[in-house]
Design a protein around this ligand. Structure first.
Ligand code: GLY
Length: 594
């Protein structure tokens, strides 16, 4: 089975159960300041799981691109990735446990769909605690589907509770499905969560709770279903393979790495691990950079993750003997070639990715040269290099600990007090975590009132910018916390003070006029014809929500998921705090409401 067939089968199945198929959203979450990347298919759907109406209805399914960096250190084994595709189906206050579990079982086992051997499947349900009781309902549904009691594990929150995607938001008990990846004549009678040969393949989450900032749970207004199936894992087992990196999704990437390094995948454990890391990291970095809201490598937030992925890949490239000057772009080209049929943005944006990779590789090379020179100095002074020295090299030049170790090992030595590195790093991270804690406050993830107001202000701001600066102004991104709005837009030069004042005045005028904010649901083409502004086309379905501000005289009309205030009178006073450059041709405004 190919990845294309698997995606199609999944979507066809859920279409046959009345689901609308929606596109993958951007990897950069819109208006959720609590996380850097889209981590699951449910993530872009948070407002709808919280009760907003979705224009495509109450049953949705898709294949969503996701990034999870929490597992970055596990990458290198056969199953972990930082980037992966998640197949998912959702009920927004529509069907619940019975349908969700029965359909999952049907899709997995029916010969018409995946046709997996029932004897190789096992499941788990939530065991219950002070937040929610034992999920007897899910347990009974599994039994009625024919799953033996010994294959239904009851597990605690650590295993059988999913969410929220960020710090706050929808979550709930879940029920997971596992496939026996060992020999078919050795399937154990009982399911045991500790045995790695039972591979988790699908997760049905019963999203009935909202986690609040204080850590408590409140019931949502509606009962939802959120499911997530890892495409890479299922593809691997459908093809009887024991390693995701042997699947068709990685074939071209790995073969390019083999060609560049002159080594063979599988020839040694170290080589295999290095090749997996390179393949995973460059695939992830390419997807992040090639997103329509893509970010280049840098030293902050998302850019730092991109930098880390690329530099780690380069370092492992060195380890397996890749000597070429600028090679990471060769992998990116393959990723774009392999995936552009499914994710068109990879085709659209690959030139930009190639430029960024070339630049980043040159920068890293300089870093390495400087670090190596410093290290040489240290060594020739006769000093024993310590973990503390290694940390200073890392801190000043971004020179990785592993490289320090490598160079010293080449000279037949080893680092003294290596643990100093980890100690200093932990202290440093503690400080920067405190500094960025502000970033995790509030946000649309909990649909807080402040961010709702700022979100409406963002629409007024765009309209005012277009009026004052011209029709070349489009929204390029936005980030809303409970305290402020950050808004990126296309404009080639710094705004003058007069333009700034005029934009502010127009927004405040719209606020003072107490204009109604209304929405309707129409076809995407019709919305465009009506002149509604849109931002990130890729994720729109056939039907969209259009928010209008004003009545006879329309001030703003935008395609948007919401939520918004009902009247501009709720906004108070709008002030632009800062206008600055964001990147080439893009300006950034920071604004507040008081
Ligand atoms: N949101 C479901 C999952 O990630 O498994």
């Amino acid at each position: 089975m190919t990845a294309k067939e698997l995606r199609q089968k999944y979507l066809d199945f859920f279409k046959s159960k009345g689901h609308a198929i929606i596109g993958s959203a951007s990897l950069i979450p819109e208006n959720d300041p609590t996380v850097l990347f889209t981590t699951a298919g449910m993530h872009p759907l948070v407002p709808y799981l919280m009760g907003e109406k979705h224009p495509e209805g109450t049953r949705l399914a898709n294949c969503q691109k996701c990034i999870r960096t929490t597992d970055i250190d596990e990458v290198g084994d056969p199953t972990h990735h930082t980037f992966f595709e998640m197949l998912g189906n959702w009920s927004l206050g529509d069907y619940f446990k019975k349908e969700a579990l029965s359909w999952s079982w049907e899709f997995l086992t029916s010969p018409e769909w995946l046709g997996l051997d029932k004897n190789r499947l096992a499941v788990s349900v939530f065991a219950g605690d002070e937040d929610a009781p034992f999920d007897n309902e899910a347990f009974e549904i599994w039994r009625s589907l024919g799953v033996s009691e010994k294959r239904i594990a009851r597990l605690p929150k650590k295993n059988n509770w999913w969410g929220p995607a960020g710090i706050t938001g929808p979550c709930g008990p879940d029920s997971e499905m596992f496939y026996w990846a060992g020999a078919s004549d050795q399937v154990p009678e009982s399911f045991n969560d500790d045995n790695d040969l039972w591979v988790e393949i699908w997760n049905d989450v019963f999203m009935q709770f909202n986690k609040r900032e204080d850590g408590s749970y409140e019931l949502l207004t509606q009962k939802n279903v959120d499911t997530g199936m890892g495409l890479e894992r299922v593809l691997t087992l459908m093809n009887g393979l024991d390693d995701n990196y042997k699947s068709e999704l990685f074939a071209n990437i790995i073969s390019k790495i083999e060609q560049l390094s002159g080594k063979k995948y599988g020839e040694s454990e170290a080589t295999t691990r290095a090749m997996r890391i390179i393949a995973d990291h460059l695939r992830a970095a390419t997807f992040i950079m090639a997103d329509d809201k893509g970010v280049p490598p840098s030293n902050t937030d998302r850019g730092y993750i991109v930098r880390r992925l690329i530099r780690r890949a380069i370092r492992y490239g060195r380890e397996i003997g890749i000597a070429e000057e600028s090679w990471t772009k060769e992998i990116a080209k393959i990723v774009a070639h392999d995936y552009a049929g499914v994710y068109q943005e990879l085709g659209r944006n690959i030139d930009k990715v190639i430029d960024w990779l070339k630049e980043e590789e040159a920068k890293f090379k300089k870093t390495i040269e400087k670090g190596e020179a410093e290290l040489e100095k240290l060594l020739s002074s006769g000093a024993r290099v310590t973990g503390g020295h290694a940390f200073d090299l890392f801190q000043t030049y971004g020179f990785p600990l592993e490289m320090t170790k490598e160079i010293i090992a080449e000279k037949g030595g080893e680092i003294k007090n290596e643990e100093e590195f980890a100690e200093k790093l932990a202290r440093h991270q503690e400080l920067s975590r405190t500094a960025s804690a502000g970033m995790f406050k509030g946000g649309l993830a909990d649909a807080s009132e402040e961010s709702r107001r700022l979100h409406t202000a963002a629409h007024l701001l765009l309209a005012a910018l277009r009026k004052v600066l011209g029709d070349h102004v489009y929204q390029k991104g936005s980030n809303i916390t409970a305290e402020r709005l950050r808004f990126d837009f296309s404009h080639p030069e710094k705004m003058t003070d007069e333009q700034n004042k005029e934009v502010e005045r127009l927004v405040n005028e719209a606020i003072e006029r107490k204009l109604p904010v209304t929405w309707k649901e129409i076809g995407l083409e019709e919305a465009k014809k009506e002149g509604a502004m849109g931002v990130f086309e890729a994720k729109y379905g056939a039907k969209v929500k259009v928010y209008t501000i004003g009545n006879e005289e329309v001030v703003s009309k935008e395609i948007c998921g919401g939520p918004h205030v009902e009247n501009t009178a709720e906004l108070g006073h709008f002030t632009i705090q800062k206008e600055e450059s964001s990147s080439a041709g893009v300006r950034r405004i920071k604004a507040v409401l008081s």
